[in-house]
Design a binder for this molecule. Sequence first.
Ligand code: NAI
Length: 296
Amino acid sequence: MTSLDGRVAIITGAGRGIGREHALLFADEGAKVVVNDLGGANDGEGSDQTPAEEVAAEIRARGGEAIANADNVADWEGAQHLVNSAIEAFGDLDIVVNNAGILRDKSFHNMDAELFDPVIDVHLRGAFNVTQPAWKVMREQGYGRIVSTSSAAGIFGNFGQANYGAAKMGLVGFTNVLAVEGAKYDIKANAIAPLAKTRMTEDLLGGLGDKLNPELVSPLVTYLAHESCEPTGRVFSVGGGRVAEVFIAETVGYANTTDLTPEDLAANWATVTDREGYSVPSQIAEETALFLSALS
Ligand code: NAI
C-alpha cells in the first residue's frame, strides 16, 4: 500500500471523535481533506463551526491540506454545498466517509418521532445526501471509495436504540447496493462498526474506554479508502486495535415444495435454523441461486 497522496476526501462529522482521527490520518497519508462538522450537541441540537475549523487548522499546521465545512449532512442543500466545496477547493472528489452521527436513545415503549426522525435523518439520510452528489462525480471519473459508519447496535441490537439501530443497519443495505452498482466504475463501498471512546460513548464504556482510543479505528478506514482496496459491500467491526469481518449468512434451510404446512415447518425447524454449511451471498443473485438449488 502506498499513501492516499493527492486523493480528495470528504469526512463527515470530522470535528470530533472518530471522524477527527480519520481526518488527521488521511491528511498524514497525503489526502486533501474536507473536514465537515455541524458542531452540534450529542443529540444533534445546535451548531458550531469551531470543531471543523480546529481540525482543518490542525491538519494545515502539520503541513497537510484541509478545509473546514460546517454544513448539516441531514439537509440536502447542505450536503450538495459540502460536495461542491470539495470540488471547488481541490478540483476532485475520490473518497466519502459517512461518519456524522447523533444519539437520541429511549426504550421503544417511549420512543416518538422527535427521537426517531432526526437520528434517521443524520445517519441514513445524511449518508444519502452526501454520497448521491459525490456518486455522480465518482461514476463519471470511474473511481471512488465510500466508507459508511454502521454500528453493532444495529447489526446485533442494543436496548434503547431502535432509531439508531434502524439507521445503522440501513447503512449496511445502502452499502450493499452501492457495492453492486459501483462495481463497473471502480467504486468500492464498505461499512464499519466501530467501538471507541468519544463523547458519544464515554459514559457507557466505563474502564473499557481506556482500551478504545478512536485513533485505532482510522487505519481500517484508510485501508478501505485506498485505491488498492479489494473488498466491497463488506462490513468490518473495529476497535481497540482489533479488526474483524461481520457478514450476513443464510442457512441451507428446509424445503418442501409440495406440502409446506405450519406443522411440517415446526417439525423441521431445527433444519431451517441449522447453521452447518451456511452461505454468505455477496448479492441478491447469489441468494436467488441458493433458492433455485434448494427447489430443484
Ligand atoms: P462524536 O459525537 O464524537 O462525533 C460525531 C460528530 O458528528 C460530532 O462532531 C457532530 O458534531 C457531528 N455531526 C452530528 N450531526 C451532524 C450533521 N447533521 N452534520 C454534520 N456533522 C454532524 O461521536 P463518534 O463516536 O466519533 O461517532 C462517529 C460515528 O461513529 C457516528 O456515526 C457514530 O454513530 C458511530 N459509532 C460510534 C461508536 C463509538 O463507539 N464511538 C460505536 C458505533 C458507531
